[in-house]
Each structure stands twice: as C-alpha cells, then as structure tokens.
Design a protein around this ligand. Structure first.
Ligand code: AFP
Length: 344
C-alpha cells in the first residue's frame, strides 16, 4: 500500500489522536490524556441514554428544581452523576463543579486528588429533551491553584478562561460528536455506535472566513439594549451589514455553536431587561461561555460579553451569568462596536 493510500484509509480514534498530541509535549505526564479519555467515556455513556430517551422512563422531569431555578430533567441528573462518578476516584482531578450544583463538588476523602479542575454543564439545552432536539455536555479543564497536598477549592474553579488547559463539548444529535481543544487547534470526533468508538471526523476545525448564519432568540428583541437591537439590524443587512446571513436558532447552545463553528456566523445571548434578577442574560460564564470561547479562539473566532474578551473575565461566583457573543471574529467585534456606540 502506498503512503497516500495508507493515509487515505487511516482511522484515527480519539485515543490515538490524544496520545499523538501528548507526544508533542515530552514533559506531559499523561494525566490530561487520561482525563480526556474519562470524559470521552462519560460522553459514550450519556449518549447511550439520550438515544433511548423516548423509550425509557428516563424521559421526563424529576420534579426537582436546580440552582438556576430550572426544572431538572432525569437525564440531567444521570449525565451529572455519570461525569462525577467517572472522575471522583481517578486521582487526576482536584475538584469538580457542575452547573447542576450550587457549590463545588469535592473529591471524596477516601480518594486522592490530582492536579486538574473539571467544570462541566452535564446536559445543556435540556428543556429540548422532550422534543428530540440536540443537547450537549460542555466541559472546561484548568490546572489547580491550591497545593497538591490539599483538597481542591472554590478558588481553583474560579479562574479566568485564559488559564484554561482544555475545553470541549459532546453533542448528542443525529450523531454523537466530541469536539475538543487542548490549545492545539480544535478537533472533532464522531461516535461510531457499531464499535463504540469516537473516530476523528473533523480535524483542525477553523471557522470559515465567510459567515453563513446568525443565531439569537429574536423573541426577546424588545428587551434588548439599543446597541444589540441596532447590531441585529446590521446582521439583517442594514447599515452596510451582510445581506445574505441566514437566521438559525435551536435554543440548545452546543448545537447552535457547533453549526456556526463549522459554517461561520455568530451566536448571541445578550443581556436583556426581562428579569431584574438576571441582568446579564441567561448563560453561565464558567460552564458555558468560557469553554466555548476557548474553542472559538482556537478555531480562529472570538467570544465577547459585548465589552471584552470572555476569556479575560475573572469569575466571582460559580453560577455567574454573562452576555455572550461568539463565533466569527469580525461579527463579534462588530457587536462590541455597536454596544460601545449605543450602550455605554
Ligand atoms: P436549558 O438547559 O434550560 O434548555 O437552557 C439552554 C440554554 O442555557 C442554552 O443551551 C440555550 O442557548 C439557551 O438556554 C436558550 O435559551 P432561550 O430559550 O431563552 O432562548
């Protein structure tokens, strides 16, 4: 077989890809590699449940309300537990924090702690579960700040996104995909259910130069600031804006982000004045905005809160919310321009 043929038929599993990345760093100990495997395994377990959601009693609500005041779906709880249990005993993680819990999730006393911090949104977009619309898991990995001899702390979890070591998401859609970056580009893997393995399907993802989509919940237009309303008109082709953008909004952040990552475009969930309790919009800085901002930058894009880079923001609380503009760099910078001009 010629080299060219061999290249053409080569199947790259996620294990092989992560190991190849590790080899580029001779100083790497393999701990991050194994942590990423653990997350991939969690993704497979969660995918096996989400694909059966309409069949099993899994579908439906638990009746509980989470810390965000939202109804907790059974699948949320299952995804949350899966990720925690696959990572609480490995000695790779110092502390975890999940969007489903008000406080940090310590490693149980009987297990050792490790050098990484794992933050995750176990099942984002879960209000879409009943409608068979894609949902996703989002994760961010940091190095701990606290001494290795101690238990992980809240401070370990409240780091600005620019400290991130790795981030990614698992999208449970018409197929299951894992997309991640360790700061060496963004790579996508599709789960082959027949062999139970993530295979590399989207190497080196970069956001295309020419944007195709814009995505926001226009039902809230009247609650947006003047700057965001004018920006929206720009995206619709006014004021010299692009005249050919198509509007797509799923209402599942991972799905909306994934589409715009592959096609080019901008997703925004701005601040609005619907609810005085939530003046900064709906999305969470550490669980949603920061990890996706890391991926956007690695793919040549950008994410902002309308005023500054999401990755520069120092979180002050685990469940802090932030406005988010994310995707093609030019379009996100344009949002900042409109917000500066009309809202400050
Ligand atoms: P749920 O997890 O409650 O479905 O919220 C999903 C989400 O946080 C994010 O995935 C969406 O982009 C956003 O909310 C959709 O919110 P709206 O329904 O207000 O547009």
């Amino acid at each position: 077989m010629s080299d060219e043929d061999a290249d053409h038929v080569s199947i790259i599993t996620i294990e092989r890809h992560i190991l190849d990345e590790q080899r580029i760093h001779p100083e790497a100990t393999g701990v991050l590699t194994n942590l990423l495997y653990d997350i991939a395994l969690a993704g497979k377990v969660i995918a096996s449940k989400t694909t059966r959601a309409g069949l099993a009693e899994i579908l439906g609500r638990t009746g509980a309300v989470n810390v965000q005041g939202e109804v907790v779906q059974k699948l949320d709880r299952l995804a949350d537990l899966t990720i925690y249990r696959l990572n609480d005993h490995t000695g790779r993680v110092a502390v975890l924090a999940s969007e489903e819990h008000p406080d940090i999730l310590p490693i149980p006393d009987q297990y050792p702690t490790g050098k990484y911090v794992l933050l995750y949104d176990p099942l984002d977009g879960s209000s879409n579960i009943d409608f068979n619309i894609p949902i996703g898991t989002i994760f961010a990995i940091y190095q701990r700040l606290s001494p290795e001899t101690e238990r992980g702390t809240l401070e370990d979890c409240l780091q600005p996104g620019k400290n991130m070591v790795a981030a990614g998401y698992i999208l449970y859609g018409s197929s299951t995909m894992l997309v991640y970056s360790t700061g060496m580009g963004v790579h996508g893997f599709t789960l082959d259910p027949s062999v139970g393995e993530f295979l590399r399907s989207h190497p080196n993802i970069t956001i295309p130069q020419k944007p195709v989509y814009f995505s926001a919940n226009h039902g809230y237009n009247m609650y947006w600031s003047r700057g965001v309303q004018e920006y929206t008109r720009y995206l619709q082709g006014k004021y010299g804006g692009p005249a050919d953008l198509s509007l797509r909004y799923v209402g599942s952040l991972v799905a909306d982000f994934h589409r715009n990552l592959l096609s080019g475009g901008v997703f925004y969930y701005p601040a609005d004045n619907r609810d005085p309790q939530k003046p900064h919009g709906k999305l969470r800085l550490v669980y949603e905005a920061a990890p996706l901002a890391f991926l956007a930058e690695q793919a040549g894009g950008y994410a902002s809160n309308g005023l500054c880079n999401i990755l520069d923001i120092q979180p002050t609380a685990l469940h802090e919310r932030t406005p988010l503009f994310i995707g093609s760099r030019d379009l996100v910078e344009k949002a900042e321009e409109y917000i500066r001009r009309y809202d400050s």
